[in-house]
Design a protein around this ligand. Sequence first.
Ligand code: PLP
Length: 395
Amino acid sequence: MPKTRAARTPGAATRAVHAGEVHHGIGGPVAVPVVQTSTFTFKSVEEMKRWAEGRSRADIYTRYGNPTLRVAEAKLAALEEGEAALVTASGMAAISSTLLTLVGAGEEIIATRYLYGGTYRLLRDYLPRLGLRVNYVETDLGGVEQLVTPRTRVLYTETPTNPTLHVVDLRRAVALAHRSRLTAVVDNTFATPVLQKPLTLGFDAVVHSATKYLGGHSDIIAGAVVGRRALVERVRQTVIHFGGSMDPWAGYLLIRGIKSLEPRVRRQSETALTVARFLEKHPRVARVHYPGLRSHSEHRLARRQMQGGFGGMLAFDHKNGLAGARRFCQRIQVFLLAASLGGAESLAVLPLYTSHYKMSPKELAAAGVSPGTVRLSVGLEDPADLIADLKQALG
Ligand code: PLP
């Protein structure tokens, strides 16, 4: 971090740019070097022995650690205000490794019902095969205490939720979790640490699909876990042994993305609010899901817990259901028809055919997804061009 004369803690944008980087003065590179290697030489057999005995922290193999990845981790810890961070090969690697670290066979998780479809499938199809039980609550967290048993270990949540932007009360989630001695974990992908910092509210761990806003350019698959050091180091061991480690080149692109996170998210939040207000007045739109709108059922909560914006993600229900939503998606030109989110390009998808594919009507209803729901990821284009595109595609 740069030395400042005034005794001032650097702001979030400054931390994103500088954290984890060492500039050695005249002649050194400003950009972070990519240490693109799978393995590292030992200085001596004695050092090899010291490593085996846990007395040396030398890098020996990139699945265990790498200098480029450590810079990304320092930035994420600084941004989320956590003690430590860990980067992973994908958001799902971060989520699965965190849960497998915290919960074992015969133990239980309580999760909010509205989750990214991939996370929901992990909880529905894979964790039960390992003897882990998952119980669900609504996003208002009603009934958590009644579901806690002596075997419950984790309260897992996501806010705002993918794809229908429900907002979970982070303070209430932490209070409920800690009253029952549960580890509180939240997926902070949609909000990013620019808009909310769950660790500062008491959460034990934050997970991310760094593929999205943190990477910011739709060119990597990446994940992250941030939280208390002891917890992060336990998850690191799980990642090392299950193999979900990040590649250094992805780490370099993640670092590059994080440097511009703050201005990107602020601009995307502003444009998303403009887009949401436009859609809300459009006769072909039945409902807009965006926490920045007064009409959103959790708007007051979102205002309390999100700072400086409500994020770049929104969804809307087409008045003509699936047929209308399909037609809209066929006609868009500036928005691209693509899954994922958080990049420079605005994207549109039908959750029915992407994150929530092959789900029963009951599961879709429980996830708040209707066949006519369209999810939009607002990018960095001129807001006027996005509005014009929406107008023509809905027209
Ligand atoms: N969490 C959320 C909220 C997501 O939207 C996604 C992916 O879309 C994930 C986790 C999974 O991340 P990844 O695709 O990087 O594994």
